[in-house]
Design a protein around this ligand. Sequence first.
Ligand SMILES: [Zn+2]
Length: 141
Amino acid sequence: MDQTPEHPPSTRQAARELRVPVALVARLAGLVGQAMEHRPEALAPYLNAAEQSGQAYASQLLWSEITHEEQGVAEVCSRIRRGDVNDPITLRHAFMLLLALDGWSRVKVCDHPGCRRTFADATNAVSRRRCSRHARHPSRA
Ligand SMILES: [Zn+2]
């Protein structure tokens, strides 16, 4: 019992080893991103809170709102599965799910000069830097 323990993985590393399929997270980010573009006001309170008071506070705010909603979880999940996240309640749930699975890494601000639009990065490599309006390769869109 005098064996020295191996270096324990950091908490951050342990979280990364949850092994959520990238394709699942990317699809969710795609749904959230599309809805964000069509209804930028729907998630604005959380995005503003993240900018002004931090991501942890914004996540808490979102969670608190979700847990007070009357909508049945089964119905919300069914809508997310069908890719229909256009109503605000389902969108909030989809956004919370995205944050729970992948943190805020896919929520980005467009780096085009003067734009500052928020978008959700749905690429597998999480490498997008601009909103759909300023994407470098519009032909791919
Ligand atoms: Zn932009």
